[in-house]
Write a new protein. Structure first.
Length: 99
């Protein structure tokens, strides 16, 4: 037997599907982005994976936490250092062009 709650559920699903079809700008992306992964990001991921592996091998949460945190901090430091160096380089090139 078809009850009223089934009808309400069907209507809610149908409305959501129609709204999604009519919405030209989705609220989320498919996960792909045009920005390349930075070297610091790669360092952070490798540090996390290494921390997981060594944490499992040595059966230690402390090992995992320290190695993952170290990878994250080193990766973040690398990206910040690289961006400041690039900015300094751009500033010196712009000042030489104006002279």
């Amino acid at each position: 037997m078809f009850n009223f709650q089934d009808f309400l559920g069907f209507m809610a699903i149908n409305d959501a599907m129609e709204e999604e079809e009519n919405n030209s700008s989705p609220k989320y992306t498919s996960g792909s982005s045009d920005e390349p992964v930075t070297t610091g990001g790669k360092i952070a991921v490798v540090g996390t994976i290494l921390g997981i592996v060594l944490g499992i091998v040595f059966e230690s949460w402390l090992c995992f936490i320290f190695i993952a945190a170290a990878g994250f901090i080193i990766g973040l430091y690398h990206d910040v250092y690289k961006s400041t160096e690039d900015k300094k380089k751009d500033d010196t090139e712009n000042s030489e062009e104006t002279n």
